[in-house]
Design a protein around this ligand. Structure first.
Ligand SMILES: Cc1cc2nc3c(=O)[nH]c(=O)nc-3n(C[C@H](O)[C@H](O)[C@H](O)COP(=O)(O)O)c2cc1C
Length: 183
């Protein structure tokens, strides 16, 4: 994964804390990791954590680009070889399914031509909703790679489906997808 350009999208779920571990693992594997956070994600984990782990600026605002002055949705879409969204909220998944573009992450996802990997994370009730399952099926048929959530302890105090895949599993998927696109 040495010097591969990865964009890590972080949306607003409790599993955002696990995204920090993923950012660290990707960086340790040699990747250049550019983090994009939604406004809600920053309620859970601060950008400074990701900046320290990746040694790169965090991007969070469509209209305040940090490095690319034609907009980070264009700059990062051109730079990134793979976009991994972890955690992906129900809201984020719905926006991807409908092609909505009302913040940096969703606009970037629309402009992105490389592989997109989505890692859903939500409580069991949300994950079981027909609307969420429909949207996930839509993403799959659009060619987006889904890292299925597992079953386990959820922060709402229950045990069930919807828990985000572990960072080590997401890392393996990212490696596999990067290798597939360079074969
Ligand atoms: C404590 C708390 C935990 C949340 N956890 C999740 C979650 O795990 N998954 C999810 O889809 N939404 C979760 N939400 C709701 C999202 O934060 C909310 O839908 C938000 O609008 C998502 O915005 P984003 O998709 O732009 O990041 C949570 C909200 C709160 C207050």
């Amino acid at each position: 994964m040495q010097d591969r350009q990865i964009v890590l999208g972080v949306s607003g779920g409790v599993a955002a804390y696990k995204a920090a571990d993923l950012a660290s693992k990707l960086t340790q594997a040699g990747a250049v990791v550019s983090v994009v956070m939604t406004e809600s994600a920053q309620e859970f984990v601060g950008p400074v954590t990701f900046e320290a782990l990746t040694n790169r600026p965090v991007n969070d605002d469509l209209f305040t680009p940090t490095e690319h002055y034609q907009g980070e949705h264009i700059g990062l879409a051109r730079l990134g070889e793979l976009l991994v969204i972890a955690p992906a909220t129900a809201n984020c998944i719905a926006k991807l399914a409908y092609g909505m573009a009302d913040d940096l992450l969703s606009t970037l996802a629309l402009a992105f031509t490389g592989t997109i990997v989505v890692c859903p994370a939500m409580n069991t009730e949300m994950w079981s909703k027909p609307a969420v399952q429909r949207n996930v099926e839509q993403l799959k048929s659009d060619g987006i790679v889904i890292v299925e959530p597992g079953e386990g302890w959820l922060s709402c105090g229950t045990i069930g489906a919807g828990r985000m895949a572990e960072p080590a599993e997401i890392l393996l998927t990212v490696e596999r997808e990067l290798n597939r696109t360079t074969e």
